[in-house]
Design a protein around this ligand. Structure first.
Ligand SMILES: [Zn+2]
Length: 341
């Protein structure tokens, strides 16, 4: 943690500010270990390995999710050995983490590999990134930053980034800090963010907000910390078709995934004070191709046809439009939500 961020921090328990930093500078020219003290309620938020922990009095859902991730998340090697995500594992597999989300083409990113989800979905982020008008100096908050690969991309563009998560996956960021790229990391509840109002130009989240059990509360909080005309960009959230049965897969592992229909997302975002809400149905053909290619399967007729269609963007777009009702009612697939305050 560097001192610049203190300007926008406030106590998530009582709203008190400024917080007093009691720590010493260590690695990577940042404060690594110590505490942030709230002068109003006297709570001391620990700072450990550069990450301030604002998860004081975490909700039962957060505790459950932290337990699930420490229980379920691990790296499996080809010979069947398993490594839980911890600093040693991060160091041992640093090359893999640094290559996220696309991957390095190794076993881990292919069918059945621990990082398959990342490589399969990575095209969505990179296809869209340039269209978001990212400029140096922009203040970006990433929620559910996990292994921090998106925060890394924003930081590479010169943005001032704060990566927030509830798991210690944030420690992966040390791999970037080591290479001279800096961004802040913070443990916090997205419903009780430790930031002043009007702090950020952009909030980005990939597959995060659907963990909220109260979308209304979450979006009001996002709206609060966002500057006027600031944007939220949500990618890879979970949706459910109006006539679709809820998929319980992830919830079975205690991850608190909630599948909301598209209309509910739109309604809540609008009612939380955002002026414009845009829902984009992303090309399911691109997803299909990425999925097949990352699995290294032989190109069959369907894959060739899909590639021929996306070669003609107009047809791809028309096909996407024609299938919107099907996606609203039965199977939404990947959708982008953007909203402006
Ligand atoms: Zn306080």
């Amino acid at each position: 943690m560097k001192t610049d961020i203190i300007k926008i921090l406030k106590c998530p328990l009582c709203g008190g500010k400024p917080l007093k930093l009691e720590a010493v500078v260590g690695l990577y020219d940042e404060y690594r270990d110590g505490a942030l003290l709230c002068g109003t309620c006297n709570y001391s938020f620990p700072l450990h390995e550069g990450i301030a922990d604002f998860l004081a009095e975490p909700s039962p859902e957060i505790l459950e999710e932290q337990k699930a991730s420490s229980r379920e998340a691990r790296i499996k090697t080809e010979d069947g050995s398993e490594f839980f995500i911890n600093p040693e594992t991060i160091e041992k597999f640093s090359k893999l983490f640094l290559s996220l989300p696309k991957g390095d083409g190794s076993y881990f990113f292919k069918e059945g590999g621990s990082f398959q989800n990342f490589s399969e979905g990575s095209h969505r982020f990179f296809d869209l990134f340039d269209s978001w008008n990212i400029k140096p100096g922009m203040k970006v908050l990433e929620l559910g930053a996990g292994f921090c690969w998106a925060s890394r991309e924003f930081a590479k563009r010169g943005c001032e980034v704060v990566a927030v998560d509830i798991t210690d996956y944030l420690k992966v960021a040390d791999l970037y800090l080591k290479n001279g790229l800096y961004f802040e990391r913070i443990y916090a509840d997205m419903d009780k963010l430790p930031f002043e109002k009007d702090s950020f130009d952009l909030i980005f989240a990939a597959a995060t907000i659907h963990h909220s059990s109260d979308l209304d509360k979450t979006f009001k909080e996002l709206n609060r910390v966002l500057k006027k005309n600031g944007k939220i960009i949500l990618l890879n959230e979970c949706f459910i078709g109006i006539f679709e049965k809820p998929q319980q897969h992830a919830a079975d592992f205690g991850y608190n995934d909630h599948y909301y229909p598209i209309w509910q997302w739109q309604k809540v975002v609008k009612e939380s004070g955002f002026s414009k809400v845009k829902v984009t149905f992303l090309s399911f053909l691109k997803d299909y191709i990425a999925r097949k290619e990352s699995r290294g399967l032989k190109a069959g007729l369907k894959l060739k046809l899909a590639k021929a269609i996306i070669g003609v963007p107009l047809i791809d777009k028309l096909l996407s439009i024609v299938l919107i009702p099907h996606r609203i009612f039965f199977r939404p697939r990947s959708i982008l939500i953007e909203a402006t305050k």
